[in-house]
Design a protein around this ligand. Structure first.
Ligand SMILES: C[S@@+](CC[C@H](N)C(=O)[O-])C[C@H]1O[C@@H](n2cnc3c(N)ncnc32)[C@H](O)[C@@H]1O
Length: 683
């Protein structure tokens, strides 16, 4: 019997006598089933043994997408979808791939090489065609088994049967996992070294539908139905969420108890919030710095950013009381598969948020404990003599207006005003800063198309002060000494009209990448990025002799932006780490002294988002003698701005401050040095 013309390639006479029989893919009608069943039995053993052997050589550490990952992205509880996916992976793919790789390729290769070599070569091609480095070794082994069975049975039905049973079994296992509440996307993104990862390695779904699945997975996933008005906002947030490039999902820590995978929240927002909460609590526990609520909830890989941010911050606000409720109700003791962060989020949703729907096992468990959770809440209120839960919440600051900087390299201020007015209704230009617009706090700007294309920059009003204070002239060369992520750098470029040069320096590789990306997004072609330690730059050499102005915005305690920091919510005390402040201040002074080495320097702005004078006025006062000696004086920028440096410092009135609470922006400090024009006697 001949198969589809074209796949049944006529084989030219060859020196390898054993191939003649493969001209007909179903040449041997009898015995194919026995070979097929033998292959079905052998395949898990052979592939499993191979996976184990490869892991001994470290192959299991290879990263990248596995063939099951794509399937995991789209597999749902919906049976018709599963049935059609089953048809593609367990029936169509085996027929097509066995026809191509065994019926055609293997057979054709036997013309040029011994049969065993053709089996291996076709298996390598089979493995490579799946475009998965991670699964390549197992795919080649599986392909070899399929080729061997084909050679022995001389009937393409045998490898088709094995291939179909393999894919069908893997898909069914995945489906059963989904049904038992396991989130496959999280399971397979859990990183190297977990048992789930090796399970995925062991069972690659062998089908080109992976690519189809990967393509489909880039579409945003619809969020669960919710009833309230806020729920509608969330749904629209999710609908807006367009995953950028490849969606990088947050990787939750899978801490299976007794080998059981943990339940994830079913809704994207709750799942992301639980992940953010886990990371924040971990960082708080270990006193690790650099974990930001914003990047965990508003980063480019996050779907429905605003809702995720809201649920995470609200849960943190309620954390103490939710912890007490969890302990009183003991609902975590009864269930080892519900991790505490997910429980916190779901209890928040159930008791204080929008409610919980019985979508998955985590939700179902929390709902089944509703009575005991409510009883625990009542007892907690009673214990504190509180009438309402609001009496137990930490005091939080009122929400601030949003400020946005118009990137004048890309759009005019007028165009930005009319666009934002059309989108949000009310807004007002800032009275002090030329290119800053102030919008109501309710405006969701993170996903705005003009923010995404770099026409608008989300930047606090205070953080826009330094570039305007420095006011470099078009054609100048400006050195931004501690530049990343580049908010002020791109602002400088805009103030230059993109004419001249901004040399942007940062030593942190991760932040440096963001600096470069932000410069590109802003269309600021006059920015030259240098990844280096600013303190090591030879500023007194010819290389920097063209620098006219400096912006020094060094690392600081960030105490002025503490209202954005979760630490405040987690332990709302005003504890100050004096040792850290002193070492930051020492670096700031050193950096400032270093900047004054520039031979042609005319203007220098020093700024920090700190409310501590040790990082502001004190640094300036210490460097003042050197500055005076070099012919610099303090200029008082923004004379109409009321908040100046602390009064106890003689030059305080020439410095600028912003107070986080009173000025409803970041707490900030700024000082401007200007070269005294000795010739004209202007000082
Ligand atoms: C406050 S942030 C700068 C924020 C930036 N000006 C902006 O507006 O986007 C301080 C930066 O200084 C960088 N930094 C700290 N020490 C440095 C050094 N010795 N050399 C260069 N960069 C440094 C940090 O990596 C960090 O990105």
């Amino acid at each position: 019997m001949h198969f589809v013309t074209g796949y049944n390639c006529p084989i030219a006479p060859s020196s390898h006598t054993s191939f003649a029989g493969y001209r007909e893919p179903f040449a041997k009608p009898r015995g194919w089933l026995a070979w097929g069943l033998l292959g079905v039995l052998l395949s898990p053993l052979v592939v499993g043994a191979a996976a184990f052997a490869f892991s001994l050589f470290g192959f299991d550490e290879v990263n990248g997408k596995g063939t099951v990952d794509g399937v995991a992205q789209i597999l749902s509880l919906d049976f018709p979808s599963f049935a059609s996916l089953f048809g593609v992976t367990a029936v169509l793919a085996p027929i097509l791939e066995e026809t191509v790789f065994r019926g055609f390729l293997l057979t054709s290769l036997t013309k040029f090489m011994p049969t065993w070599a053709a089996v291996i070569a076709s298996s390598v091609a089979f493995g490579l065609a799946h475009l998965s480095t991670r699964d390549l070794p197992q795919l080649v082994v599986l392909g070899t088994l399929l080729g061997f069975i084909y050679v022995r049975s001389r009937n393409l039905l045998s490898p088709m049967l094995i291939h179909g049973v393999w894919n069908g079994t893997v898909l069914t296992i995945l489906f059963l996992l989904v049904q038992s509440g396991v989130d496959l996307k999280e399971l397979f993104s859990a990183g190297c070294g977990t048992s789930t990862r090796s399970a995925a390695d062991l069972f690659p779904v062998v089908t080109p539908t992976d690519r189809l699945c990967n393509m489909r997975s880039r579409r945003p996933k619809p969020i669960s139905d919710r009833q309230s008005g806020q729920a509608k906002r969330r749904r629209s947030d999710d609908a807006e969420a367009r995953p950028t490039k490849r969606q990088k999902k947050p990787r939750p820590a899978l801490r299976g108890v007794k080998g059981k995978p943990l339940w994830a929240c079913s809704s994207v927002v709750d799942r992301q919030a639980a992940f953010a909460l886990e990371k924040i609590l971990e960082a708080h526990r270990t006193k690790r710095r650099g974990v930001s609520l914003k990047s965990l909830t508003l980063g480019s890989n996050i779907e429905a950013k605003k809702a995720t941010f809201a649920v995470t911050t609200e849960s943190i606000k309620y954390l103490q009381i939710i912890d007490a409720i969890l302990d009183r109700s003991q609902i975590l003791k009864e269930c080892s598969q519900l991790a505490r962060p997910s429980a916190v989020i779901l209890v928040y949703e159930l008791l204080f948020g929008e409610g919980v729907r019985a979508q998955g096992p985590a939700e179902r468990h929390v709902l089944s404990c509703k009575d005991s959770l409510e009883a625990a809440l009542s007892k907690e209120l009673e214990a504190h003599g509180a009438e309402d839960v609001s009496e137990l919440l930490p005091a939080t600051e009122e929400s601030r207006p949003r400020s946005v900087r118009v990137n004048t390299i890309k759009v005019t201020k007028e165009a930005a005003i009319s666009r934002l007015q059309a989108d949000f209704g009310s807004l007002e230009p800032d009275g002090l800063l030329d290119d800053v617009l102030i919008l109501p706090s309710s405006c969701a700007l993170h996903d705005h198309p003009w923010v995404k294309n770099g026409s608008l920059i989300l930047q606090s009003k205070a953080s826009c002060m330094p570039a305007q204070a420095l006011s470099p002239e078009p054609g100048w060369t400006v050195l931004d000494c501690c530049a990343a992520p580049g908010n002020k750098t791109t602002h400088l470029a805009a103030r230059l009209g993109n004419i001249g040069k901004v040399i942007a320096v940062d030593r942190d590789p991760v932040r440096f990448k963001r600096l470069k990306d932000n410069a590109k997004l802003a269309g600021a072609t006059c920015i030259q990025c240098i990844q280096d330690d600013f303190l090591k730059l030879p500023l007194d050499t010819a290389q920097f002799s063209s620098v006219d102005a400096v912006l020094l915005d060094p690392s600081c305690s960030g105490s002025g932006t503490a209202h954005n920091q979760v630490d405040r919510l987690l332990s709302p005390t005003d504890e100050v780490d004096c040792g850290r402040l002193e070492s930051l201040a020492a670096f700031q002074e050193k950096a400032l002294r270093h900047a004054f080495k520039l031979p042609k320097l005319k203007r220098l702005v020093y700024s920090t988002c700190s409310s501590h004078s040790i990082e502001g006025e004190e640094v300036i006062e210490k460097v003042m003698p050197l500055a005076n000696q070099l012919g610099f004086h303090l200029e008082g920028p923004f004379p109409s701005w009321h908040r100046r440096g602390h009064k106890q410092f003689p030059d305080g009135k020439l410095m600028v401050r912003a107070d986080a609470k009173l000025d409803r922006t970041d707490g900030f400090f700024l000082a401007l040095f200007s070269k005294t024009d000795l010739e004209n006697g202007i000082g």
